[in-house]
Design a protein around this ligand. Structure first.
Ligand SMILES: Cc1ncc(COP(=O)(O)O)c(C=O)c1O
Length: 393
């Protein structure tokens, strides 16, 4: 066997890698497993998307390669969403890049900008495609720990000057997975200004832009003056329309940046199945009929989760957005030990903060991906494990 590359060897284990096999084994033993792990809800996509997929999948024209262009109607629908939701125009052909899920686009972007000596600034805990892209493309990862101290925001002024000088990409994600933090506008203004000064491309991951509660409306980075010069924004149908498995998203940026991503992709993929893109158009067009009701379901689950985990002895904030609670553990309780014991002794899957990188230690994440009743049951079981660990600390 040939040696594995250094860049491959630098990849840490994926936080979700071992869970499916363990979960399957527990279910086979008859354990009543409650899975609050992945951000992958048990809800259906819009009916129009399902009907369109069924119909489009039979059309001969849809069976062929989509290539980078893909289905023009999908590009037009993405541009229409940006215009309607945020109020500004993107050219569907030069400023929109259709993606096979936003994860692949986020990872592949780095191949256009990274090389030896170049740095990607990566919030930790954070979504794994930031470091995946940076490390696989031969760049260097500078990990910034997201902690309550900075309201889970990346403070560029805390990053050493020599790192900033070599930085080409800054990954930001608000509303944030896994911390559920949101970014105030003045923070985003500061970041855009610093990225312009430092010549850093701001990779703004807006996967949770539509999953927000209590009147909070997440912004696009392009609402910030000057962002068009320095930012690319990633969107996903996964969470907004319960379409995680469909693999559909898009990126928006000025033509030079969008074109760089599109060029990388032309060497690694040939586009999403065009029937899926047609269904994506149907989903985007059902926004008004579908999204508010869907968000209400997540809000009900959020409220149940906050109440139940508090009653079980945990402290947690009520998040304004996302499908996550990021729950602190008592000093001295390692998150991996807590998550392991919760799964093995009580059959509840949560993600340990340390699985999102060292910056996540001291927390665990739950997702509101099942009913309020099951979430409440999971919280009671988690409370039992917490009590037994606390009695040892
Ligand atoms: C922060 C964040 N960005 C991006 C994604 C990827 O979404 P997609 O399904 O579009 O690849 C996820 C999925 O969990 C996420 O949490």
């Amino acid at each position: 066997m040939p040696a594995l590359s250094n860049r491959f060897e630098k990849l840490p284990e994926y936080v979700l890698a071992r869970i499916p096999a363990r979960k399957k084994a527990l279910i086979e033993q008859g354990v009543d497993v409650i899975d609050l792990g992945a951000g992958d809800a048990d809800l259906s996509p819009p009916a129009r998307a399902l009907d369109t997929l069924a119909e489009a999948s039979r059309r001969p024209a849809m069976q062929r390669y989509g290539f980078g262009l893909g289905l023009p109607a999908y590009r037009e629908a993405c541009a229409a969403f940006m215009r309607k939701r945020f109020g500004f125009g993107f050219d569907p052909y030069t400023e929109v890049v259709p993606l096979i899920g936003s994860k692949e686009g986020i990872s592949h972007l780095a191949f256009a900008y990274m090389e030896e000596g170049a740095v990607g600034i990566i919030p930790e805990p954070g979504y794994n495609s930031y470091q995946g892209g940076t490390l696989l493309s031969g760049g260097e990862a500078y990990r910034y720990a997201l902690r309550p101290r900075t309201d889970f925001l990346v403070d560029l002024d805390e990053i050493p000057a020599d790192v900033l000088k070599r930085a080409r990409l800054l990954y930001l994600n608000y509303p944030n997975n896994p911390t559920a933090a949101v970014a105030p506008r003045d923070y985003l203004e500061r970041v855009v200004r610093r990225c312009r000064e430092l010549d850093i491309l701001l990779v703004y991951d807006n996967a949770y832009s539509e999953l927000a509660f209590d009147g909070y409306v997440p912004p696009s980075i392009f609402e910030i003056d000057g962002a068009r010069d320095v930012a690319i924004e990633f969107h996903s149908l996964s969470k907004t329309f319960n379409m995680t498995g469909w693999r559909l998203g898009w990126a928006c940026a000025k033509p030079e940046i969008a074109g760089a991503l599109a060029k990388v992709k032309s060497f690694v993929d040939t586009g999403q199945f065009m029937a899926v893109q047609a269904a994506g158009v149907a989903a985007l067009e059902s926004y008004e009929a579908f999204v508010p009701g869907n968000v209400a379901i997540f809000r009900e689950r959020r409220d149940a989760a906050v109440q139940a985990f508090r009653e079980a002895g945990f402290t947690c904030e009520t998040p304004k957005a996302t499908m996550y609670l990021w729950i602190p553990l008592p000093e001295g309780v390692p998150s991996a030990l807590f998550a392991d014991r919760l799964m093995e002794e009580e059959g509840v899957v949560v993600l340990p903060g340390s699985g999102f990188g060292a910056g996540g230690e001291g927390f665990f994440r739950i997702s509101f991906i099942t009913s309020p009743e099951r979430i409440a049951e999971a919280a009671r079981r988690a409370g039992r494990v917490l009590a037994s660990l606390e009695s040892r600390v």
